[in-house]
Design a protein around this ligand. Structure first.
Ligand code: SAM
Length: 287
């Protein structure tokens, strides 16, 4: 508690033009106003300091999680004619055969982020017996992890990727999963109703890792999300931001879907989104 200790003598000495009780009252007000200002400056500095500390703590936490995610990856001790990378997820060692001549034949960091999230949030996002489709599955890591976590998975990509995708999926899930995953062609926007009829296809989850970048099929990609997504489907989408058209895609995506950030890694430029169809009927909580 601050006390105003301006006496009559002080007033006479320093402010001879003021006198009496009025002067004391006047100076007390000035004093309190100054104190108020100092206090608010102090509060401002304190808040700044707190925000800085929170930001630093957030960055430290992010750094630790990124380190933990990257630690899940390992490389062969001996290099042979067959290129592969290893990963530890869902209690299994996963070996992924890769080729550097196609961007869909290597594992991208967004896939690791999504796998880590699925594994570490398996209570909240329980995949057991859930119907899951992955689009742009590439090497199949996300599909494999979802299968190991108990989902019934359809891994999809362009026709030229299916051989390697099938090989990886089979090698890493055979006799290890509750439901054997399947691999199927899905070229975005093409023959969607023929290959995935709305009436008979129902997916609980659509998974997508690093499917938005500088390619000419962004309209078709949005069409594909729209076609596959029912009112109760949850989209799990790991997005690597590189150029401005990625932001534009997010804006367009939001015209159809409600988007929520569930994990963010600024140091990797990767955001993990959960999305659901806009305007769906809300489920009423049971009494
Ligand atoms: C950057 S890679 C990501 C692969 C994988 N999801 C990952 O994160 O490791 C993009 C993937 O999208 C697929 N893709 C690109 N254009 C496509 C299209 N028009 N239809 C279907 N898949 C496509 C590629 O074949 C590739 O597997």
């Amino acid at each position: 508690m601050f006390r105003c200790c301006i006496g009559k003598e002080d007033v006479k000495q320093f402010y001879p033009f003021l006198a009496g009780r009025q002067a004391c009252a006047y100076l007390s007000v000035v004093f309190w106003l100054r104190m108020d200002l100092t206090l608010s400056q102090h509060n401002h500095l304190h808040n700044e300091q707190r925000r800085k500390l929170e930001r630093q703590a957030g960055e430290k936490e992010e750094e630790q999680i990124v380190t933990e995610i990257m630690r899940r990856r390992f490389f062969p001790d001996v290099i042979t004619y067959k290129a592969w990378e290893g990963f530890h997820f869902a209690g299994h060692e996963i070996r992924i055969t890769e080729a550097t001549d196609h961007y869909g034949a290597v594992v991208w960091p967004s896939a690791l982020v999504l796998c880590y999230f699925l594994e570490t949030n398996s209570k909240q996002y329980n995949l057991v017996d859930k119907n899951v489709i992955e689009i742009g599955a590439g090497t199949g890591l996300v599909s494999i992890v979802a299968s190991l976590l108990g989902a019934l998975v359809t891994a999809t990509d362009l026709p030229e990727l299916l051989g390697n995708l099938q090989h990886n999926v089979l090698q890493n899930t055979k006799l290890k999963c509750k439901h054997q995953p399947c691999v199927k062609e899905l070229s975005w926007g093409i023959d969607l109703e023929k290959n995935f009829p709305r009436a008979s296809c129902h997916f609980d989850y659509i998974m997508a890792a690093d499917v938005v970048y500088h390619h000419p099929f962004l309209d078709e990609l949005l069409l594909t999300f729209d076609h596959l997504c029912k009112n109760d489907t949850v989209i799990m989408w790991a997005m690597k931001f590189r150029l401005d058209n990625e932001n534009q895609f997010v804006d367009r995506f939001q015209t159809l879907f409600d988007l929520e950030v569930i994990s963010n890694f600024p140091s990797l430029n990767i955001t993990l989104y959960k999305a659901m169809r806009k305007g769906r009927m809300k489920v009423r909580p049971s009494k």
